[in-house]
Write a protein that binds this ligand. Structure first.
Ligand code: HMG
Ligand code: MG
Length: 309
C-alpha cells in the first residue's frame, strides 16, 4: 500500500511539557504541591519523558521559580526522565543542584523572537550554547534542543526554514541528542508542515533525532503531527488539557493536547505506553491546579464515546 498512512509506526514517543510550557503561561502561579500532584498524575498515566520545570530567570517567568524545590519533592521512578529548560550557565548550576537528568536549551529561528524571549541575538545564544551543552554533558546531564518559530514568528511573519535547519545543525554539533521543532504560535498548516519536514529530512537524513512541538492556536496541531507521523517523525511534544504558550510570543495558545494525540494514536493502533483514562484524569488534575477549564477536545469530551443508559 502506498500514499498517506502507508507506513504508520507501531509506537511513538510522547514528550509531556504541561508542567513547563503549560504552567509558564498561566496567570496564576501554581503551588509546588500542586505541581507535584500534576507530575505524579502524568507519571501514573505512563508518561516517561516530562519537562517539569524551567531554570530561567524568575523575573522573566515567576510561575516556574520553584524548580529546585519541585525536583526535590518529586518522587523519582525508574524509566521516567524529568527535564527542565535551561538558558545559561546559571541555569545549569541550578540543574546540577536539582540533580536533574536532562535539560532543554532553546532558541528561535527568527531574530526578533529570540531577542524578546532570551534577550540575545541568535549568534550570541549559539556562542553560549557552544559552552553550555558540553558543560552539561560533562556533568552527565543530557541535552535536548528546541528551535522556536519554525512555522512562523509573531514579530517577523514567515520564517525561512533554512534558518531553522542551520540552528538545529548547530545544536546537534554541540551535543544535543534530539532537537524539537516548534510551531510556537500555532501558525502551521499541513502542506507547509510537509514542505518544512522534507527540507529537514534532506538536511539530516532522517527524523530519528527530530521531534515536533506544535501549539494548537488555530486547531491545526494534530493535523500537522499526522503529516509528521506519516513522514517518519517519531517523537511528539504535547501538554495535557492543551495548556501552554510562550509568554514572549504574543498570540501563542496551548500546546497540542496530549489526550487528543493519544486518542488518535490509540485508535490508529500506534502505541505510546500511555493509559488514556489515567491521562484524562491527569488533565482533570491540571485543570484543578490552574483553576480554569482547559481547551483540549478529549479533555472536554472524555476518553470514550459510549454513553451508558
Ligand atoms: P537577562 O536579563 O538578559 O539576563 O535575561 P542576565 O544574565 O542579564 O541576568 C539578569 C538577572 O536574571 C540577574 O538577576 C540574574 O541573576 C538572573 P539580578 O542580578 O537582576 O537579580 N538570571 C537568572 N536567575 C535564575 N536562573 C537563571 C538566570 N539567568 C539570569 N538561569 C534570560 C536572560 C535568558 C535569563 C531571560 O531572558 C530568561 O529567563 N528568559 C526565559 C524566557 C522563557 O522562559 N520563555 C519561555 C520558554 S521558551 C518557549 O516556551 C518555547 C518552547 O516551548 C518551544 C516553542 O514553543 O517553540 C521551548
Ligand atoms: Mg512551546
Amino acid at each position: 500500500m502506498t500514499g498517506l498512512f502507508s507506513a504508520l509506526p507501531k509506537e511513538v514517543s510522547v514528550y509531556e511539557v504541561s508542567p513547563r510550557d503549560g504552567l509558564q503561561n498561566e496567570s496564576v502561579t501554581v503551588s509546588t504541591e500542586g505541581k507535584v500532584e500534576l507530575v505524579n498524575a502524568l507519571v501514573d498515566a505512563g508518561l516517561q519523558r516530562i519537562e517539569v520545570a524551567s531554570f530561567v530567570s524568575p523575573k522573566w517567568v515567576p510561575q516556574l521559580a520553584d524548580g529546585e524545590q519541585l525536583l526535590h519533592l518529586l518522587p523519582r521512578k525508574a524509566g521516567v526522565v524529568f527535564s527542565a529548560l535551561c538558558p545559561n550557565m546559571q541555569g545549569l548550576e541550578r540543574a546540577k543542584s536539582a540533580r536533574i537528568e536532562e535539560i532543554g536549551v532553546f532558541l528561535s529561528a527568527s531574530e526578533t523572537h529570540n531577542k524578546r524571549n532570551i534577550n540575545k541575538t541568535i549568534a550570541e545564544t549559539l556562542a553560549l550554547f557552544r559552552e553550555l551543552v558540553p558543560a552539561a554533558l560533562a556533568n552527565n546531564i543530557r541535552v535536548r534542543g528546541y528551535v522556536s518559530t519554525v512555522w512562523g514568528c509573531p514579530y517577523e511573519g514567515d520564517v525561512d526554514p533554512r534558518r531553522a535547519i542551520d540552528v538545529a545543525a548547530e545544536l546537534f554539533k554541540f551535543g544535543c541528542y534530539e532537537v524539537s521543532l516548534g510551531d510556537t504560535i500555532g501558525a502551521g498548516t499541513p502542506l507547509q508542515t510537509r514542505s518544512i519536514l522534507m527540507l529537514f529530512k534532506d538536511a539530516f537524513g532522517s527524523f530519528d533525532r527530530l521531534a515536533m512541538h506544535m501549539h494548537d492556536t488555530r486547531g491545526t496541531a494534530l493535523a500537522n503531527c499526522l503529516v509528521g507521523l506519516d513522514l517518519g517523525v517519531r517523537t511528539f511534544d504535547a501538554a495535557v488539557g492543551g495548556m501552554g504558550g510562550c509568554p514572549y510570543a504574543p498570540g501563542a495558545a496551548g500546546n497540542l493536547a496530549t489526550e487528543d494525540l493519544i486518542y488518535m494514536l490509540d485508535k490508529m493502533g500506534v502505541s505510546t505506553g500511555i493509559d488514556l483514562d489515567k491521562l484524562w484524569k491527569a488533565g482533570k488534575v491540571a485543570s484543578s491546579v490552574v483553576g480554569r477549564a482547559l481547551p483540549g477536545k478529549v479533555h472536554q469530551a472524555g476518553p470514550g464515546f459510549v454513553r451508558k443508559g
